[in-house]
Design a protein around this ligand. Structure first.
Ligand code: AVJ
Length: 320
């Protein structure tokens, strides 16, 4: 994982598309936290509300001692709800927090430290490497629960989402659990308000990527020459965020050995947020080796939490 190589590869595609994980530097993580409080961005609030209600059921479905691994935890508020529910059921718990932001990990560990009898570690890492680190070494008899919340999976197209969940599945034993948060398809107006908010926070979140490339790769993006744009791609069922070049311009990114010419109106495609139908979730989970056990939906925001179990891999011994 390297910013320079990923930018180089992303700028070789058309439209040019750097990977969205680089939004989350210190400022970007703060901006995303702020987005979570906007009335138009309902994912974070809906999922937190849902988790408050269903965390006891999730905790009840697991055999202790439980290992909890969260991929992309952010501030750790939702993680703490699950761990508190495990504590309330007297289940010994060790927690692994995977995030790209050091500040996010610190905030999560601080929150977890307030819950008695919980041991916790942070992994400042990508999903796959963080999960590998978290699952390294011997395991006890209890279940593992992987949390992949907040529609983080929405950044992947269905094929890549299936690949990622398959990679998660390979780290688990049959009977281990996955709690998956997915945003559901809803009217276009609502989707666009969530990704192009009247306060301009999402625009700032998007443009901050250019600020980061200027700082870390000595790029020369003129932030005034770019505009935030969100579009609903109905066929691919995703909201796309772009940065539109407001004029014909040349951008240099010495740290990635990139020189890029942009026509007026040409875009940098910075993120996709895929939206799901409930059946899509089951299909992707099944393709990755999971079986849906329960689903809870927030009807107002149209957001789903799905609890899945790892099924035995084809050809594997029963009870291995
Ligand atoms: C953190 C990837 C779930 O796609 O909704 C928020 C990021 N982008 N506003 C999302 C985001 C624009 C968010 N995820």
């Amino acid at each position: 994982m390297s910013l320079a190589l990923d930018v180089k590869a992303g700028f070789a595609k058309r439209p040019r598309s750097p990977p969205p994980k680089y939004f989350y530097d210190a400022l970007g993580s703060c901006l995303f936290e702020a987005i979570g409080r906007l009335p138009w961005y309902r994912i974070t609030k809906a999922e937190t509300r849902l988790l408050r209600r269903v965390a006891p059921a999730v905790a009840g479905a697991l055999r202790g001692p439980v290992r909890v691994v969260e991929l992309g935890s952010g501030s750790g508020v939702k993680l703490a709800l699950v761990v508190e529910a495990l504590h309330a059921r007297r289940k010994k718990t060790d927690v692994h927090v995977v995030d790209l932001s050091a500040a996010a990990i610190e905030a999560s560990l601080e929150r977890l430290a307030k819950i008695p009898g919980v041991s916790a570690r942070g992994h400042r890492s990508t999903y796959e490497r963080g999960l590998r680190e978290a699952m390294f070494g011997p395991r006890g008899k209890g279940d593992c629960l992987v949390l992949f919340l907040g529609s983080n999976i929405g950044n992947f197209d269905p094929a890549d989402a299936t690949r990622l969940l398959s990679a998660v599945r390979r780290r688990l034993r049959p009977g281990d659990a996955l709690l998956l948060g997915t945003d559901l398809v809803k009217p276009e107006r609502k989707l666009l308000d969530a990704y192009d908010d009247p306060l301009g926070l999402t625009a700032a979140f998007n443009l901050n990527l250019l600020l980061r490339l200027n700082r870390e790769l000595r790029a020369d993006f003129d932030l005034g020459a770019w505009a935030h744009r969100a579009v609903w791609n109905a066929r691919a069922r995703r909201v796309e965020m772009h940065l539109v070049s407001l004029k014909s311009q040349c951008v240099r990114i010495p740290g990635a050995r990139v020189v890029a010419d942009f026509a007026a109106g040409e875009t940098l495609w910075t993120e996709s947020s895929h939206k799901y139908e409930p059946d899509d979730v089951d299909r992707i989970a099944a393709a990755a080796g999971f079986r849906r056990e329960r689903r809870w939906v927030d009807g107002g925001a149209r957001f789903a939490l799905t609890l899945c179990r790892a099924v035995p891999a084809p050809g594997a011994e029963e009870d291995s």
